[in-house]
Design a protein around this ligand. Structure first.
Ligand SMILES: NC(=O)c1ccc[n+]([C@@H]2O[C@H](COP(=O)([O-])OP(=O)(O)OC[C@H]3O[C@@H](n4cnc5c(N)ncnc54)[C@H](OP(=O)(O)O)[C@@H]3O)[C@@H](O)[C@H]2O)c1
Length: 337
Protein backbone atom coordinates (compact mmCIF):
# COMPACT_ATOMS: atom_id res chain seq x y z
CA UNK A 1 0.00 0.00 0.00
CA UNK A 2 1.30 3.44 -0.83
CA UNK A 3 1.37 6.40 1.49
CA UNK A 4 -2.19 7.81 1.61
CA UNK A 5 -0.87 11.37 1.82
CA UNK A 6 1.05 10.65 -1.40
CA UNK A 7 -2.24 9.50 -2.97
CA UNK A 8 -3.87 12.75 -1.93
CA UNK A 9 -0.90 14.62 -3.34
CA UNK A 10 -1.23 12.82 -6.68
CA UNK A 11 -4.97 13.47 -6.76
CA UNK A 12 -4.39 17.17 -6.11
CA UNK A 13 -1.65 17.25 -8.75
CA UNK A 14 -3.93 15.53 -11.25
CA UNK A 15 -6.72 18.03 -10.46
CA UNK A 16 -4.23 20.88 -10.86
CA UNK A 17 -3.05 19.55 -14.22
CA UNK A 18 -6.62 19.06 -15.38
CA UNK A 19 -7.45 22.62 -14.47
CA UNK A 20 -4.25 24.45 -15.35
CA UNK A 21 -2.43 21.88 -17.46
CA UNK A 22 1.26 21.08 -17.69
CA UNK A 23 3.94 23.73 -17.81
CA UNK A 24 5.44 22.73 -21.18
CA UNK A 25 6.90 25.84 -22.83
CA UNK A 26 5.78 26.55 -26.38
CA UNK A 27 8.26 29.34 -27.04
CA UNK A 28 11.41 27.64 -25.77
CA UNK A 29 11.99 25.33 -28.75
CA UNK A 30 11.79 27.12 -32.11
CA UNK A 31 12.46 23.85 -33.95
CA UNK A 32 9.36 22.15 -32.51
CA UNK A 33 7.10 20.79 -35.24
CA UNK A 34 3.84 22.76 -35.42
CA UNK A 35 0.86 21.91 -37.61
CA UNK A 36 -1.17 25.02 -38.44
CA UNK A 37 -4.40 23.68 -39.95
CA UNK A 38 -6.03 26.19 -42.33
CA UNK A 39 -2.80 28.12 -42.97
CA UNK A 40 -4.10 29.82 -46.12
CA UNK A 41 -7.09 31.42 -44.41
CA UNK A 42 -7.39 34.80 -42.68
CA UNK A 43 -6.53 33.37 -39.27
CA UNK A 44 -4.13 30.57 -40.23
CA UNK A 45 -2.02 32.84 -42.44
CA UNK A 46 -1.64 35.38 -39.61
CA UNK A 47 -0.58 32.62 -37.21
CA UNK A 48 2.03 31.40 -39.72
CA UNK A 49 3.36 34.97 -40.15
CA UNK A 50 3.61 35.35 -36.39
CA UNK A 51 5.34 32.01 -35.83
CA UNK A 52 7.86 32.68 -38.61
CA UNK A 53 8.49 36.15 -37.21
CA UNK A 54 9.22 34.55 -33.83
CA UNK A 55 11.76 32.23 -35.47
CA UNK A 56 9.84 28.93 -35.63
CA UNK A 57 11.43 26.86 -38.37
CA UNK A 58 9.48 23.61 -38.47
CA UNK A 59 5.92 24.42 -39.52
CA UNK A 60 3.90 21.65 -41.17
CA UNK A 61 1.38 23.11 -43.60
CA UNK A 62 -1.12 21.42 -45.90
CA UNK A 63 -3.60 23.10 -48.20
CA UNK A 64 -7.17 21.83 -48.38
CA UNK A 65 -6.27 20.16 -51.71
CA UNK A 66 -3.24 18.40 -50.23
CA UNK A 67 -5.09 17.18 -47.13
CA UNK A 68 -8.87 17.26 -46.80
CA UNK A 69 -9.36 17.33 -43.04
CA UNK A 70 -12.85 15.81 -43.33
CA UNK A 71 -11.25 12.53 -44.48
CA UNK A 72 -10.51 10.57 -41.35
CA UNK A 73 -8.07 8.06 -42.89
CA UNK A 74 -6.04 10.78 -44.57
CA UNK A 75 -5.85 12.79 -41.35
CA UNK A 76 -4.81 9.66 -39.44
CA UNK A 77 -1.96 8.86 -41.81
CA UNK A 78 -0.86 12.51 -41.92
CA UNK A 79 -0.49 12.54 -38.10
CA UNK A 80 1.12 9.09 -38.04
CA UNK A 81 3.74 10.27 -40.55
CA UNK A 82 4.36 13.84 -39.46
CA UNK A 83 3.88 13.51 -35.68
CA UNK A 84 3.70 17.25 -34.92
CA UNK A 85 4.37 18.39 -31.37
CA UNK A 86 1.86 21.27 -31.43
CA UNK A 87 -1.37 21.81 -33.36
CA UNK A 88 -3.24 25.05 -33.99
CA UNK A 89 -6.65 24.34 -35.52
CA UNK A 90 -7.71 27.28 -37.71
CA UNK A 91 -9.30 25.22 -40.49
CA UNK A 92 -13.07 25.45 -40.70
CA UNK A 93 -15.93 26.00 -43.08
CA UNK A 94 -16.84 29.63 -42.41
CA UNK A 95 -19.40 31.95 -43.96
CA UNK A 96 -22.04 34.60 -43.36
CA UNK A 97 -25.78 34.39 -42.68
CA UNK A 98 -26.67 33.63 -46.29
CA UNK A 99 -24.22 30.72 -46.56
CA UNK A 100 -25.28 29.32 -43.16
CA UNK A 101 -28.95 29.45 -44.17
CA UNK A 102 -28.31 27.86 -47.56
CA UNK A 103 -25.87 25.12 -46.51
CA UNK A 104 -26.75 24.16 -42.90
CA UNK A 105 -25.74 20.52 -43.45
CA UNK A 106 -22.30 21.55 -44.71
CA UNK A 107 -21.74 23.94 -41.81
CA UNK A 108 -22.52 21.38 -39.13
CA UNK A 109 -21.04 18.27 -40.73
CA UNK A 110 -17.83 19.65 -42.26
CA UNK A 111 -16.89 21.49 -39.07
CA UNK A 112 -17.68 18.50 -36.84
CA UNK A 113 -15.62 16.25 -39.10
CA UNK A 114 -12.60 18.58 -39.35
CA UNK A 115 -12.37 19.18 -35.62
CA UNK A 116 -13.14 15.59 -34.58
CA UNK A 117 -10.51 14.20 -36.93
CA UNK A 118 -7.84 16.74 -36.00
CA UNK A 119 -8.45 16.72 -32.23
CA UNK A 120 -8.66 12.94 -31.93
CA UNK A 121 -5.67 12.22 -34.20
CA UNK A 122 -3.62 14.86 -32.38
CA UNK A 123 -4.29 13.17 -29.06
CA UNK A 124 -3.61 9.68 -30.38
CA UNK A 125 -0.39 10.61 -32.16
CA UNK A 126 1.31 12.29 -29.21
CA UNK A 127 0.69 16.01 -29.84
CA UNK A 128 1.72 17.87 -26.64
CA UNK A 129 -0.75 20.71 -26.95
CA UNK A 130 -3.59 21.74 -29.26
CA UNK A 131 -5.43 25.03 -29.61
CA UNK A 132 -8.91 24.98 -31.14
CA UNK A 133 -10.42 28.17 -32.56
CA UNK A 134 -14.13 28.95 -32.46
CA UNK A 135 -15.97 32.24 -32.57
CA UNK A 136 -18.33 34.51 -30.64
CA UNK A 137 -21.36 32.92 -32.36
CA UNK A 138 -21.17 30.09 -29.78
CA UNK A 139 -22.95 32.36 -27.28
CA UNK A 140 -26.73 32.61 -26.82
CA UNK A 141 -28.56 35.26 -28.85
CA UNK A 142 -29.52 37.14 -25.67
CA UNK A 143 -26.28 36.68 -23.73
CA UNK A 144 -25.35 39.50 -21.32
CA UNK A 145 -23.10 42.19 -22.83
CA UNK A 146 -20.12 42.14 -22.69
CA UNK A 147 -20.37 38.35 -23.08
CA UNK A 148 -18.42 36.39 -20.45
CA UNK A 149 -17.15 32.86 -21.09
CA UNK A 150 -19.68 31.39 -18.67
CA UNK A 151 -22.60 32.56 -20.84
CA UNK A 152 -21.96 29.44 -22.94
CA UNK A 153 -25.00 27.11 -23.10
CA UNK A 154 -27.21 29.39 -21.02
CA UNK A 155 -29.82 30.08 -23.71
CA UNK A 156 -30.94 29.58 -27.32
CA UNK A 157 -28.48 30.39 -30.11
CA UNK A 158 -28.92 32.90 -32.91
CA UNK A 159 -30.90 30.74 -35.39
CA UNK A 160 -29.10 32.07 -38.47
CA UNK A 161 -25.81 30.41 -37.55
CA UNK A 162 -26.77 27.71 -35.09
CA UNK A 163 -25.39 24.88 -37.27
CA UNK A 164 -21.93 26.39 -37.22
CA UNK A 165 -22.24 27.36 -33.55
CA UNK A 166 -23.27 23.85 -32.45
CA UNK A 167 -20.21 22.39 -34.20
CA UNK A 168 -17.94 24.97 -32.52
CA UNK A 169 -19.48 24.29 -29.09
CA UNK A 170 -18.83 20.57 -29.68
CA UNK A 171 -15.17 21.46 -30.40
CA UNK A 172 -14.84 23.28 -27.06
CA UNK A 173 -16.47 20.37 -25.26
CA UNK A 174 -14.24 17.87 -27.04
CA UNK A 175 -11.12 19.72 -25.85
CA UNK A 176 -12.51 19.74 -22.31
CA UNK A 177 -13.46 16.06 -22.43
CA UNK A 178 -9.99 15.00 -23.63
CA UNK A 179 -8.40 17.09 -20.87
CA UNK A 180 -10.63 15.48 -18.24
CA UNK A 181 -10.38 11.89 -19.45
CA UNK A 182 -6.79 11.82 -20.73
CA UNK A 183 -5.16 14.73 -18.98
CA UNK A 184 -4.34 16.07 -22.42
CA UNK A 185 -3.50 19.72 -23.01
CA UNK A 186 -6.20 20.93 -25.41
CA UNK A 187 -7.39 24.55 -25.14
CA UNK A 188 -9.92 26.71 -26.99
CA UNK A 189 -9.90 30.37 -27.99
CA UNK A 190 -13.00 32.28 -29.14
CA UNK A 191 -12.06 35.35 -31.17
CA UNK A 192 -14.35 38.30 -31.82
CA UNK A 193 -14.88 39.69 -35.38
CA UNK A 194 -11.52 39.63 -37.14
CA UNK A 195 -10.14 41.57 -40.08
CA UNK A 196 -6.81 42.00 -41.83
CA UNK A 197 -4.73 40.63 -44.73
CA UNK A 198 -6.25 37.58 -46.47
CA UNK A 199 -9.77 38.56 -45.42
CA UNK A 200 -12.62 37.70 -47.77
CA UNK A 201 -13.48 40.76 -49.91
CA UNK A 202 -16.10 38.98 -52.01
CA UNK A 203 -18.74 41.49 -53.25
CA UNK A 204 -21.72 39.43 -51.99
CA UNK A 205 -20.65 37.24 -49.10
CA UNK A 206 -18.06 39.11 -47.06
CA UNK A 207 -18.28 40.46 -43.49
CA UNK A 208 -19.18 44.10 -42.82
CA UNK A 209 -15.64 45.51 -42.60
CA UNK A 210 -14.14 44.08 -45.82
CA UNK A 211 -17.48 44.72 -47.59
CA UNK A 212 -17.34 48.42 -46.62
CA UNK A 213 -13.69 48.65 -47.69
CA UNK A 214 -14.44 47.18 -51.10
CA UNK A 215 -17.48 49.40 -51.65
CA UNK A 216 -15.68 52.63 -50.72
CA UNK A 217 -12.70 51.65 -52.84
CA UNK A 218 -14.84 50.89 -55.89
CA UNK A 219 -16.81 54.12 -55.39
CA UNK A 220 -13.54 56.08 -55.20
CA UNK A 221 -12.20 54.47 -58.40
CA UNK A 222 -15.48 55.12 -60.28
CA UNK A 223 -15.74 58.67 -58.93
CA UNK A 224 -19.19 57.91 -57.43
CA UNK A 225 -20.94 60.67 -55.49
CA UNK A 226 -22.31 58.48 -52.70
CA UNK A 227 -22.23 55.06 -51.09
CA UNK A 228 -25.46 53.68 -49.60
CA UNK A 229 -25.08 51.44 -46.55
CA UNK A 230 -27.90 49.32 -45.06
CA UNK A 231 -29.40 50.17 -41.66
CA UNK A 232 -29.04 53.12 -39.29
CA UNK A 233 -25.36 52.60 -38.46
CA UNK A 234 -26.21 52.43 -34.74
CA UNK A 235 -25.32 48.76 -33.90
CA UNK A 236 -22.18 48.38 -31.79
CA UNK A 237 -19.53 45.89 -32.83
CA UNK A 238 -16.07 44.81 -31.76
CA UNK A 239 -13.15 44.18 -34.15
CA UNK A 240 -9.72 42.68 -33.66
CA UNK A 241 -6.87 42.77 -36.17
CA UNK A 242 -5.89 39.22 -37.08
CA UNK A 243 -2.23 39.91 -36.22
CA UNK A 244 -3.36 40.68 -32.67
CA UNK A 245 -5.26 37.38 -32.66
CA UNK A 246 -2.10 35.56 -33.81
CA UNK A 247 -0.22 37.21 -30.94
CA UNK A 248 -2.94 36.02 -28.53
CA UNK A 249 -2.74 32.48 -29.94
CA UNK A 250 0.99 32.35 -29.20
CA UNK A 251 0.33 33.79 -25.74
CA UNK A 252 -2.29 31.11 -25.03
CA UNK A 253 -0.03 28.32 -26.33
CA UNK A 254 2.69 29.53 -23.97
CA UNK A 255 0.72 30.61 -20.92
CA UNK A 256 -2.68 28.95 -20.70
CA UNK A 257 -3.62 25.35 -20.13
CA UNK A 258 -7.04 25.58 -18.51
CA UNK A 259 -10.28 23.68 -18.91
CA UNK A 260 -12.36 26.73 -19.85
CA UNK A 261 -12.36 28.36 -23.28
CA UNK A 262 -10.95 31.87 -23.57
CA UNK A 263 -12.54 34.93 -25.22
CA UNK A 264 -10.16 36.92 -27.43
CA UNK A 265 -11.40 40.43 -28.20
CA UNK A 266 -10.20 44.01 -28.45
CA UNK A 267 -12.61 45.14 -25.71
CA UNK A 268 -13.36 48.24 -27.84
CA UNK A 269 -16.74 48.91 -29.40
CA UNK A 270 -17.52 51.07 -32.40
CA UNK A 271 -20.85 51.83 -34.01
CA UNK A 272 -21.18 50.66 -37.61
CA UNK A 273 -21.42 54.38 -38.45
CA UNK A 274 -18.05 55.11 -36.81
CA UNK A 275 -16.56 52.11 -38.57
CA UNK A 276 -17.92 53.22 -41.96
CA UNK A 277 -16.58 56.78 -41.47
CA UNK A 278 -13.17 55.40 -40.54
CA UNK A 279 -13.03 53.04 -43.53
CA UNK A 280 -14.18 55.87 -45.83
CA UNK A 281 -11.38 58.04 -44.48
CA UNK A 282 -8.69 55.35 -44.77
CA UNK A 283 -9.76 54.49 -48.33
CA UNK A 284 -9.95 58.18 -49.25
CA UNK A 285 -13.49 58.21 -50.67
CA UNK A 286 -14.64 61.81 -50.72
CA UNK A 287 -18.31 61.34 -51.63
CA UNK A 288 -21.31 61.03 -49.30
CA UNK A 289 -22.17 58.18 -46.98
CA UNK A 290 -25.96 57.55 -47.04
CA UNK A 291 -27.79 55.28 -44.57
CA UNK A 292 -30.74 53.26 -45.87
CA UNK A 293 -32.77 53.08 -42.66
CA UNK A 294 -35.51 51.01 -44.32
CA UNK A 295 -33.11 48.04 -44.09
CA UNK A 296 -32.64 45.97 -40.88
CA UNK A 297 -29.92 46.73 -38.36
CA UNK A 298 -29.18 43.31 -36.84
CA UNK A 299 -28.23 42.73 -33.20
CA UNK A 300 -27.85 46.11 -31.41
CA UNK A 301 -24.69 45.19 -29.53
CA UNK A 302 -22.13 42.38 -29.59
CA UNK A 303 -19.08 42.63 -27.38
CA UNK A 304 -17.06 39.89 -25.75
CA UNK A 305 -15.79 40.12 -22.21
CA UNK A 306 -12.07 39.39 -22.62
CA UNK A 307 -11.10 40.30 -19.06
CA UNK A 308 -10.04 36.71 -18.28
CA UNK A 309 -7.34 36.93 -20.95
CA UNK A 310 -6.35 40.44 -19.84
CA UNK A 311 -5.93 39.17 -16.28
CA UNK A 312 -3.53 36.52 -17.59
CA UNK A 313 -1.48 39.33 -19.15
CA UNK A 314 -2.51 39.68 -22.82
CA UNK A 315 -3.95 42.83 -24.40
CA UNK A 316 -4.23 43.83 -28.10
CA UNK A 317 -1.78 46.33 -29.61
CA UNK A 318 -3.17 47.37 -33.01
CA UNK A 319 -5.62 50.32 -33.10
CA UNK A 320 -8.60 50.07 -35.46
CA UNK A 321 -7.26 52.90 -37.64
CA UNK A 322 -3.76 51.36 -37.96
CA UNK A 323 -5.31 47.97 -38.65
CA UNK A 324 -7.53 49.43 -41.39
CA UNK A 325 -4.56 51.19 -43.02
CA UNK A 326 -2.65 47.89 -43.05
CA UNK A 327 -5.66 45.98 -44.43
CA UNK A 328 -6.30 48.53 -47.19
CA UNK A 329 -2.64 48.36 -48.24
CA UNK A 330 -2.98 44.57 -48.50
CA UNK A 331 -6.25 44.94 -50.44
CA UNK A 332 -4.62 47.28 -52.97
CA UNK A 333 -1.65 44.95 -53.47
CA UNK A 334 -3.58 41.69 -53.57
CA UNK A 335 -7.26 42.07 -54.44
CA UNK A 336 -7.40 45.18 -56.57
CA UNK A 337 -4.70 44.79 -59.19
N1 LIG B 1 -12.93 35.58 -39.73
C1 LIG B 1 -13.41 35.93 -38.55
O1 LIG B 1 -13.88 37.06 -38.34
C2 LIG B 1 -13.36 34.95 -37.40
C3 LIG B 1 -13.82 35.41 -36.19
C4 LIG B 1 -13.79 34.56 -35.12
C5 LIG B 1 -13.32 33.28 -35.28
N2 LIG B 1 -12.87 32.83 -36.46
C6 LIG B 1 -12.43 31.42 -36.53
O2 LIG B 1 -11.14 31.25 -37.07
C7 LIG B 1 -11.09 30.03 -37.81
C8 LIG B 1 -10.56 30.32 -39.20
O3 LIG B 1 -11.38 31.28 -39.81
P1 LIG B 1 -10.88 32.15 -41.06
O4 LIG B 1 -11.63 33.42 -41.02
O5 LIG B 1 -9.40 32.14 -41.14
O6 LIG B 1 -11.49 31.29 -42.26
P2 LIG B 1 -10.97 31.17 -43.77
O7 LIG B 1 -10.23 32.40 -44.16
O8 LIG B 1 -12.13 30.73 -44.59
O9 LIG B 1 -9.93 29.97 -43.69
C9 LIG B 1 -10.35 28.67 -43.38
C10 LIG B 1 -9.24 27.71 -43.74
O10 LIG B 1 -9.69 26.38 -43.49
C11 LIG B 1 -9.34 25.58 -44.61
N3 LIG B 1 -10.28 24.47 -44.77
C12 LIG B 1 -11.63 24.52 -44.87
N4 LIG B 1 -12.13 23.28 -45.05
C13 LIG B 1 -11.07 22.44 -45.06
C14 LIG B 1 -10.94 21.03 -45.21
N5 LIG B 1 -12.00 20.23 -45.38
N6 LIG B 1 -9.70 20.50 -45.19
C15 LIG B 1 -8.61 21.28 -45.04
N7 LIG B 1 -8.67 22.61 -44.88
C16 LIG B 1 -9.89 23.19 -44.89
C17 LIG B 1 -9.45 26.52 -45.79
O11 LIG B 1 -8.74 26.01 -46.89
P3 LIG B 1 -9.28 26.37 -48.36
O12 LIG B 1 -9.27 27.85 -48.47
O13 LIG B 1 -8.28 25.71 -49.23
O14 LIG B 1 -10.66 25.78 -48.47
C18 LIG B 1 -8.82 27.78 -45.20
O15 LIG B 1 -7.42 27.73 -45.28
C19 LIG B 1 -12.52 29.46 -37.81
O16 LIG B 1 -12.61 28.47 -36.84
C20 LIG B 1 -13.38 30.63 -37.41
O17 LIG B 1 -14.48 30.24 -36.68
C21 LIG B 1 -12.87 33.65 -37.55
Amino acid sequence: MGDPSNGTHLLLLSLFVRTFGSALSFLSDKSAKIFVAGHRGLVGSAIVRKLRHLGFTNLVLRSHLELDLTRQNDVESFFATERPQFVILAAAKVGGIHANNTYPADFISINLQIQTNVIDSSYRHGVSKLLFLGSSCIYPKFAPQPIPEDALLTGPLEPTNEWYAVAKIAGIKMCQAYRIQYNWDAISGMPTNLYGPYDNFHPENSHVLPALMRRFHEAKVKGAKEVVVWGSGSPLREFLHVDDLADAVVFLMESYSGLGHMNVGSGKEVTIKELAELVKDVVGFEGKLVWDTSKPDGTPRKLMDSSKLATLGWTPKISLRDGLVDTYKWYLENVEQ
